[in-house]
Design a protein around this ligand. Structure first.
Ligand SMILES: Cc1cc2nc3c(=O)[nH]c(=O)nc-3n(C[C@H](O)[C@H](O)[C@H](O)COP(=O)(O)O)c2cc1C
Length: 157
């Protein structure tokens, strides 16, 4: 069975709640999901996942340093994450507070790894965004992302 990692950094719990919704969506597609705080992710283990979903709070319009640290350390696997499915999500305080640039920063690193990213034509285009604690809309976007990532992983497997 395909296996997807949902890794997040969250000080206040908002990004963590999104990660939990994404996991629900993945599992509804009968795909295995491991959910972990970013500090517990072992770089070498990334090789064992078919999909990698990363969430960060928006910090100054960018990912938190803890998330960037993991991505920088992932250079050890450069070339080995090709064709895995990637996705990203964020929680910010403000609308227009740099949430989409945060998601795109994570997605850029995934593209450098040669990973496959699916956009969304009708929902949050780059990945789910919540303003503060995820409301019903953000929960739905997160759940849908989980489903879509799982569906793509199954198609590619
Ligand atoms: C260091 C720092 C920088 C932040 N920068 C931004 C920002 O640029 N834009 C914004 O909208 N919110 C910003 N925030 C607010 C957080 O993104 C927001 O509170 C988020 O929901 C926190 O997620 P968490 O509960 O998962 O930790 C910042 C918070 C901190 C601590």
């Amino acid at each position: 069975m395909p296996n997807i990692l949902v890794a997040y950094y969250s000080r206040g719990g908002n990004t963590k709640k999104m990660a939990e919704e994404i996991k629900e969506g993945i599992e509804q597609e009968n795909v295995s999901c491991v959910i972990k705080p970013i500090a517990e992710v072992k770089i070498e283990k990334l090789l064992s996942y078919d999909g990698i979903v990363i969430g960060s709070p928006t910090y100054y319009g960018d990912m938190a340093a803890e998330v960037k640290k993991l991505l920088d350390e992932s250079v050890k696997l450069h070339g080995q994450l090709e064709s895995k499915v990637g996705a990203a999500f964020t929680s910010s305080k403000n609308i227009g507070g740099g949430n989409e640039t945060t998601i795109l920063a994570i997605l850029k690193a995934m593209l450098v790894h040669g990973m496959i990213i699916q956009g969304n034509s009708s929902g949050d285009h780059y990945g789910p965004v919540s303003i503060g604690s995820p409301d019903e809309r953000a929960q739905k976007q997160s759940f849908q992302l989980g489903k879509r990532v799982a569906q793509l992983v199954k198609r590619l497997s």
